[in-house]
Design a protein around this ligand. Structure first.
Ligand code: PRX
Length: 638
C-alpha cells in the first residue's frame, strides 16, 4: 500500500521519493533543513547540544580543539566512558528491565538480555579480564562468531579502559596473526566455533595456528558455543563459562567503570588501505559516543519502542557503531542473528523480522541483491508490517536493488536510509533522515554539521554531475584520531592530497540538487560484497604460496557482490599451471585471509604491467579486462 506523499517544497531532479506526511510529522527531526542550518551556523554549538544529551563524569572545557591539525580533539577536558552511557545510566532507570539484546543463533536457539542482565554479564567478564591483569590502555583481541559474548567482551574491555581490537570472524590465519601481533594483545577472546550456512567455522583452531606464528599472548578465553572438541593449552587457554562461574566471579556482579578522558582510546579496528598491511584506525571514548548516538537517533529516527536490527557483523565498523554502542547508548532493543540469510531457506531474515517485530532494518546492497535472486515470494510469505524504516550501507546500492527493497520489504511505506561512511569516520557522514526526499542510489546530503565536497585533481569543486574525489571539510566528533602507532601514515593517507581536507578515497558526484552519489573506491581498496580488502594484503597472501612468484589483484564488477576479486599470477619456474592450481590457490586465500578473499578468477600470466619504478599498474589490468581504453601508458615499463 503506497502512502500519500508530501507535496514537494521544491521539485528535485530525477527519480525522487518524497516522504509521507505521517513520516514527517512523527520524525525525531521533522525539519532536517532547519537542523542543517543550525549546525552549519554553529558547528561546536550543535555538537555541544548533542553531547549534552549524554552523561559525563565531568563536562568538557572545549568542544573542539583545532590547534594541531589534523590531530583534532573533541570534548577536551571531559571525563566519560562509553559504557557509562551504554549501560550504567540505563540500569539506574526503568530501562534496566527493557530488552537490550534479542539474539538468535543460526540453529534457532534464542537468548535475550535485559539491560540489567547485559550489565551483569559485562561486569562479571570485566572482573575476569581484570583478574588476568588487563587494565587501562591494554589491548584485547576479540575473534568471535556473532554471539552475545562478543558484545559482552567488547563492553567489558571498554569498561576497564582497555582497548579492544575486534577481528572479523570471517578472517583467517594470516589476517588474524598480523592483527594480534601489531596490537600486542595480552588477551584473546574467542570461541570454539561459530555457525555459518550450516557449517561450523572453527575459530579456536585458527587462533591456535595464528599463535604459532606470533609471540603468544598470555591468555586465551574460549566461549563454548558449538561444543566441538578443541585443543586447550594448559596455562594459556581458559573456558569462558568456567571463568564466569568461579565463585569469585559469579558473585562479583559489580565492577566500577573506569573514568576516562574524552580523548582516551576506546578501540582499534584494522582496515585495508592503499598500500601495505591493514592499518589500525583508532577511535576514542568521548567524541565517538556522541557522533554515533546522534546519527543513529536522527537518521534511523530511533524511538524507545523500536526494535532495531543491523545485520552487520560486530567485527566491522558497522557492528561496532551500530550493533554494539549506538543502540545501547540510545537505550534501544537490538536484534542480532548469528548466521547466513539463506539458512535454511532464503526467508530466514524475513522470518526474524516477523518473529521479533523488527521496526528498523539496516542491511547491505550485496545481501539485498543476493536475496532478490530468490524472488519476492519469500518475503511475501511473511508479515513485515512492523517495519517502518530501512537502511543500506557498505557500497553503492544500484537503483534496481533499491526499488526491490523498497517495494518488497518496505511495501512502499518505509523510507530507505542509504548511509555513506567509513571505518575512519566512525559515524554516518552522508545520509538522509526519514523526512527528506530520497533518490535511489544516493545517500542524499551530508549529516548535520558535516561538510562534504567533490574535488578535481587541483582541489577545485567539480561542476554538478561531474566525477571527482570525495572530501570532508570540517572535523566531526567520531572521526578517527590517528593510525595506531603510525601518525605519519594517518597524515599521509588522509590529509596530504588536499592539505586541511580529509580524503575519503572514494570517487563521487554531486547533482544539481546537492545530492551526493558515491561511485566507489579510487585507491587500491576492493569492496567485495561490501567487505573492505586491500590489493596489497591479497597479493601478499597469493605470493606466500610456494608456487607463486608475483601477483596482481583487481576488482571487477559483479552482479551480486558489487565487486569481485580477479587475480593475475606469475608462477615460479617449473610449476604446472591449470585448474588444480587455481583451486589450490583459492583454498590458500581462504585459509590465509578468509573465505571472502577467494578470487573469482585467477589467470596465469607471464608478465604484469609495471611502471619503470616497479609498481604494478592495476589500472591497466582493469582497463584491459573491461575492454576499455588503457589511458596514459607513458610510465609503463614494457
Ligand atoms: O567506498 C565506500 C563504501 O565503503 C567504504 C568504507 O568501507 P568500510 O571502512 O569497510 O566501512 C563500511 C561501512 C561503513 C567507503 O569508502 N561505502 C560505504 N557506505 C557506502 C559506500 N559506498 C556507497 N554508498 C554507501 N552508502
Amino acid at each position: 500500500m503506497e502512502e500519500q506523499q508530501t507535496s514537494p517544497p521544491q521539485t528535485l531532479h530525477g527519480e525522487v521519493y518524497y516522504p509521507s506526511a505521517e513520516t514527517v510529522t512523527q520524525a525525531n527531526i521533522p525539519d532536517p533543513e532547519a537542523v542543517r542550518c543550525e549546525a552549519e551556523a554553529d558547528l561546536t554549538g550543535y555538537w555541544a547540544r548533542r553531547a549534552g544529551e549524554l552523561e559525563w563524569y565531568r563536562k568538557w572545557d572545549t568542544v573542539l580543539d583545532e590547534s594541531n591539525p589534523p590531530f583534532y580533539k573533541w570534548f577536551v577536558g571531559g571525563k566519560t566512558n562509553i559504557v557509562a552511557n551504554a549501560l550504567d545510566r540505563h540500569v539506574r532507570t526503568w530501562r534496566r528491565n527493557k530488552l537490550a539484546l534479542i539474539w538468535e543463533g543460526e540453529k534457532g536457539d534464542l537468548k535475550t538480555y535485559s539491560y540489567h542482565a547485559l550489565n551483569r554479564e559485562v561486569c562479571k567478564f570485566a572482573n575476569v579480564l581484570k583478574s588476568m591483569g588487563t587494565g587501562k590502555g591494554d589491548r584485547v583481541t576479540i575473534y568471535m562468531p556473532r554471539i552475545p559474548e562478543t558484545v559482552i567482551a567488547m563492553l567489558a574491555t571498554a569498561k576497564l579502559g582497555a582497548i579492544h581490537s575486534v577481528v572479523y570472524g570471517g578472517f583467517s590465519v594470516e589476517a588474524l596473526h598480523g592483527r594480534i601481533e601489531d596490537s600486542e594483545s595480552k588477551v584473546i577472546v574467542t570461541a570454539d566455533g561459530g555457525y555459518m550456512n550450516g557449517k561450523v567455522v572453527e575459530l579456536k583452531k585458527i587462533v591456535d595456528e595464528a599463535l604459532q606464528r606470533t609471540a603468544a599472548p598470555e591468555n586465551v578465553v574460549v566461549v563454548k558455543h558449538t561444543g566441538r572438541e578443541v585443543n586447550m593449552e594448559a596455562g594459556r587457554d581458559y573456558w569462558y563459562h568456567e571463568l564466569m562461574n568461579l565463585p569469585l566471579t559469579r558473585n562479583s556482579m559489580k565492577c566500577e567503570t573506569e573514568v576516562m578522558d574524552a580523548e582516551d582510546p576506546l578501540f582499534i579496528l584494522y582496515t585495508s588501505g592503499t598500500t601495505g598491511k591493514p592499518k589500525a584506525v583508532l577511535h576514542t571514548h568521548g567524541g565517538y559516543q556522541v557522533g554515533i548516538y546522534a546519527t543513529l537517533k536522527d537518521v534511523f529516527d530511533l524511538k524507545e519502542e523500536d526494535r532495531w536490527w543491523c545485520t552487520a557483523d560486530p567485527g566491522w565498523i558497522t557492528g561496532h557503531s551500530y550493533i554494539v554502542y549506538a543502540p545501547l547508548i540510545a537505550g534501544a532493543t537490538s536484534v542480532m542473528y548469528e548466521g547466513a540469510p539463506t539458512y535454511p531457506f532464503p526467508d530466514r531474515w524475513w522470518t526474524i523480522i516477523e518473529k521479533y517485530g523488527v521496526s528498523v532494518f539496516y542491511s547491505t546492497p550485496t545481501a539485498i541483491r543476493g536475496l532478490m535472486r530468490f524472488g519476492a515470494s519469500w518475503p511475501n510469505r511473511h508479515d513485515l508490517s512492523s517495519l517502518r524504516i530501512l537502511g543500506s550501507v557498505g557500497e553503492p546500492i544500484n537503483p534496481e536493488a533499491w526499488r526491490w527493497f523498497h517495494k518488497n520489504i518496505g511495501k512502499e511505506r518505509c523510507p530507505i536510509m542509504d548511509t555513506w561512511w567509513q571505518t575512519e569516520t566512525g559515524m554516518f557522514m552522508i545520509a538522509p533522515t526519514p523526512a527528506m526526499p530520497l533518490k535511489p542510489g544516493s545517500g542524499t546530503k551530508p549529516y548535520f554539521g558535516v561538510q562534504a565536497d567533490v574535488l578535481d585533481e587541483h582541489g577545485n569543486s567539480v561542476k554538478p554531475g561531474e566525477e571527482g574525489f570525495l572530501v570532508l571539510k570540517r572535523p566531526w566528533p567520531a572521526m578517527l584520531r590517528t593510525i595506531y602507532k603510525d601518525p605519519d601514515r594517518y597524515m599521509k593517507t588522509y590529509w596530504s592530497k588536499y592539505p586541511g581536507l580529509y580524503l575519503a578515497g572514494d570517487s563521487a558526484r554531486k547533482d544539481e540538487d546537492g545530492y551526493f552519489w558515491v561511485i566507489g573506491r579510487v585507491d587500491d581498496v576492493i569492496k567485495v560484497s561490501g567487505y573492505r580488502l586491500g590489493t596489497a594484503e591479497l597479493e601478499s597472501a597469493l605470493v606466500s604460496h610456494p608456487a607463486i612468484a608475483e601477483a596482481a589483484v583487481i576488482g571487477l564488477p559483479h552482479e551480486i557482490k558489487g565487486v569481485a576479486i580477479h587475480a593475475y599470477v606469475i608462477t615460479k619456474a617449473g610449476v604446472e599451471t591449470g585448474e588444480t592450481l587455481v583451486e589450490e590457490l583459492k583454498r590458500h586465500m581462504a585459509h590465509e585471509v578468509g573465505p571472502i578473499a577467494k578470487p573469482e578468477k585467477i589467470e596465469f600470466v607471464s608478465s604484469l604491467p609495471k611502471t619503470r619504478s616497479g609498481k604494478i599498474m592495476r589500472r591497466v589490468l582493469k582497463a584491459r579486462a573491461l575492454g576499455m581504453a588503457e589511458g596514459d601508458l607513458s610510465t609503463l615499463e614494457d
